[in-house]
Write a protein that binds this ligand. Structure first.
Ligand SMILES: [Zn+2]
Ligand SMILES: [Zn+2]
Length: 571
């Protein structure tokens, strides 16, 4: 076990003893956890040499627990403590904004038991009704939930989806015609727990044989006629359910979730005299099955327009479907070019030509290359001379290939909000992305002012990865993103939906908020190699989860309109 894994377990000890009301023990665990985080050298080494108690804050009792963790990877006492509380509570403790007192009140007064309850309560503005909580607490709680969900063994969408698709292809090649990813993966959540697959087949045993024979399967966890679970070599757990073809649509609907969405679906079914489950939609009086094979049929029979999986989060989609006002969601095919790509000139792996050719092969109508600016030394930012030379290269390439290569730059937003090249140099470019890459720890007001200053620069066209978060690694910087959205909308600056799997920035919820505020989104990959141009589908998935339509997206525009947007920006 690593030092940080052990520290994490000690922090959990601290949280749970806190819930039990033992402040003294809480502080002791916390101190020990901090020491271990700051420790030079391996805790396991200290254990081997019998020196655990030389670590500041580690007494005999804690040393024994650490030794057990180092040697067995677990702690019996921690497991005992965990079992005293509903599992959701432990997860809730990890939300940075909620202390144990608040947690007890949220639980008692609003009945909140887990993260999803908490998310719904914040989204529906129920938390601000509690004394001592406000609008800001709800925002912070939602942010906290996003951070927690980026951790705890969850996989990034960008890692999970290719694995799931490869297994689905393996099943199809084995004669299984109807196969789909299900669960949060089908809804394109930014992180997912396990991979869920669903097959519709009247020969379930054959499908299961095929499933467990997938070459990357390391062990078969369980195997049955309707459900099997395997573990891949990298530890990823994959679940396959097989249902009769007549029930495939109902099962797909059921196993895609979300829980919140399905609760409402079942209620509507009951109101209309039906019963809905994973086998089908049945009339309550006669038991007759009226829909099951096709997912869309289930929605239609209930008087709803079919709801795209990305919207099924219990965020108003069912009401919208009933009133025929679902958004006509953006599709991957609507994207005409990628506006954020790095080349070998900074820290990318492909030349401008290789990127242009790859973009052309993908069917794009244009591509934008954006290397880092001079202050970002670790990423070999370009000097002004290099930048201007590359503008010429883009022009020549455009002529030679007959395919528009736009020359942009990903320019650092410096500490005072100024951009990292002089305006005269920026004016030579087709467009400018401004990004924060340094000094993340400013307070909210200073950081917001820094970005607002950048937005006021007439050369700025796009704000790159606007919150700066790295899923599971770094929370976004503290910024009033709504103020930024309003200013971006006013100034004609597009906000990026960066599809790099650990960024997904803006997030789904922020996309929706931005659209409601009249912001233009731009969907990018931030590719550092040609193969990463594929990440566009993750940006599209996130934007779809944010209810984005084609009209909300800058790079769904043809080139002349794109250029017009860049010209009027900052006006
Ligand atoms: Zn960047
Ligand atoms: Zn970048």
């Amino acid at each position: 076990m690593t030092n940080s894994e052990i520290a994490a377990m000690l922090y959990e000890f601290a949280e749970l003893t806190d819930l039990e009301g033992d402040v003294f023990k809480r502080n002791a665990y916390r101190r020990a956890a901090q020491s271990i985080e700051e420790l030079d050298g391996d805790v396991a080494e200290y254990d081997r040499e019998g020196r655990l108690e030389s670590i500041p804050g580690v007494g005999k009792a804690i040393a024994q627990k650490i030794a057990e963790m180092v040697e067995t990877g677990r702690s019996a006492k921690l497991e005992e403590l965990r079992s005293k509380f509903p599992p959701g509570i432990v997860e809730l403790m990890k939300v940075p904004e909620i202390g144990p007192r608040s947690l007890v009140r949220l639980h008692q007064e609003l009945g909140i038991k887990d993260l999803e309850d908490l998310r719904q309560a914040a989204l529906q503005h129920r938390i601000r009704s509690l004394k001592g909580f406000g609008e800001r607490s709800e925002e912070n709680i939602l942010k906290g939930i996003a951070v927690v969900q980026g951790q705890g063994g969850r996989m990034l969408l960008g890692d999970a989806l290719p694995i799931a698709e490869a297994i689905a292809a393996h099943l199809r090649a084995g004669g299984c015609e109807e196969v789909s990813v299900a669960g949060s993966l089908r809804r394109r959540k930014e992180t997912i727990g396990d991979i869920d697959l669903l097959a519709g087949s009247d020969e379930p045993l054959r499908a299961m044989d095929r499933f467990v024979s997938y070459p990357r399967v390391a062990s078969v966890v369980s195997r049955g006629p309707t459900r099997s679970t395997v573990r891949l070599a990298d530890g990823t757990q994959v679940d396959l359910r097989v249902v009769p073809r007549d029930s495939y649509g109902a099962a797909l609907q059921y196993f895609t979730g979300s829980k919140e969405h399905n609760v409402v679906m079942r209620r509507i079914a009951i109101q209309k005299g039906f019963r809905l489950n994973e086998y089908g939609l049945h009339r309550r009086d006669s038991g007759e099955m009226v829909a099951g094979a096709q997912e869309a049929e289930i929605y239609r029979t209930l008087g709803l327009d079919p709801i795209p999986p990305e919207l099924r989060e219990g965020r108003g989609e069912i009401e919208a479907a009933g009133e025929h006002r679902l958004p006509s969601l953006l599709r991957l095919e609507d994207i005409r070019g990628d506006m954020h790509v790095h080349t070998v000139m900074s820290d990318g792996r492909a030349t401008m030509r290789e990127i242009a050719e790859a973009a052309f092969r993908r069917g794009y109508e244009y591509i934008g290359v954006t290397d880092h600016s001079r202050s970002l030394h670790i990423a070999h930012g370009l000097t002004v001379d290099d930048l201007l030379a590359s503008v010429e290269e883009a022009r020549q390439l455009t002529d030679e290939l007959g395919f528009p290569v736009l020359r942009g730059a990903e320019v650092d937003i410096l500490e005072d909000g100024s951009l990292d090249y002089p305006d005269e140099a920026l004016a030579q470019l087709d467009y400018v992305i401004g990004s924060v890459h340094s000094r993340f720890k400013m307070d909210r007001r200073t950081m917001t002012e820094r970005v607002m200053t950048a937005l006021s620069n007439r050369e700025l066209n796009i704000l790159g990865h606007p919150t700066g978060r790295l899923i599971g690694r770094r929370e976004g910087y503290d910024i009033d993103i709504e103020q930024v959205m309003d200013e971006a909308a006013r100034r004609g600056v597009a906000l990026e939906v960066n599809g790099f799997p650990d960024r997904m920035d803006l997030s789904d919820l922020n996309c929706r908020k931005a659209i409601e505020r009249g912001v233009t989104l731009v969907l990018d990959t931030d590719a550092h190699g040609v193969e990463q141009l594929d990440n566009m589908r993750f940006a599209v998935g996130t934007a779809r989860r944010g209810w984005a339509e084609r009209k909300d997206v800058l790079n769904a525009l043809p080139l002349d309109q794109l250029r017009r947007f860049f010209r009027v920006a900052g006006a």
